[in-house]
Write a new protein. Structure first.
Length: 188
């Protein structure tokens, strides 16, 4: 295990019916880089993963959204899964959490439908990003510049389209998070 992200805390916001690979693979990459990942959901217990809408594994929730303090985290990861993202975007606490992370320019990484929360939180206007292609109009209508690229970087954001993009997404996410950590250590 690497120590490149030692001391770096990443909040992962998700709920039932998240796309398994879009949470587990980035989380594994972060854990292997030495980051501390905390799975935050609207309810305690476990949340159900899916693979193309078919139930797979359940994953233990580390903290509820009501108990989570965005100021205790260095970055935010939003995995996809249409039903997961559609549920989270309606949660005022999730919207507030995302706003507080973004207002302080901490990194935000999202894949597939995960960015829907950022539309509902009114954070996407003027941002360059990507997502699953079927929701591109939601981003455009909210004022974002949507691109059909494997990965799009825009300041403190990194976004990706779908599970096949995960290797590149993980690489760019880790790079963004390491840059953020390096900057914070220079300031301290």
């Amino acid at each position: 295990m690497s120590e490149r992200l030692k001391g770096f805390r990443v909040a992962i916001l998700a709920t039932d019916l998240f796309e398994e690979s879009e949470l587990l693979e980035p989380r594994k990459a972060l854990d292997e880089a030495g980051a501390t990942t905390v799975l935050i959901a609207p309810h305690p217990g476990e949340i159900q993963a899916v693979k193309h809408d078919k139930p797979t594994v359940k994953v233990k929730v580390d903290q509820t959204l009501a108990d989570a303090d965005p100021d205790k985290f260095d970055a935010l990861l939003l995995p996809g899964g249409e039903k997961n993202a559609d549920s989270l975007r309606k949660e005022p606490l999730a919207q507030d959490f995302a706003r507080r992370i973004d207002q302080t320019r901490r990194p935000v990484a999202f894949i597939c439908h995960g960015g829907w929360l950022l539309v509902s939180a009114r954070l996407v206007k003027g941002r360059h990003l990507t997502s699953y292609q079927t929701i591109q109009e939601d981003f455009r209508n909210a004022g974002a510049f949507w691109k059909d690229n494997e990965v799009v970087l825009d300041g403190n954001w990194v976004s990706s389209r779908q599970p096949s993009d995960i290797p590149r997404f993980n690489q760019e996410m880790l790079s963004l998070f390491m840059d953020c950590l390096a900057r914070s250590r220079k300031i301290a």
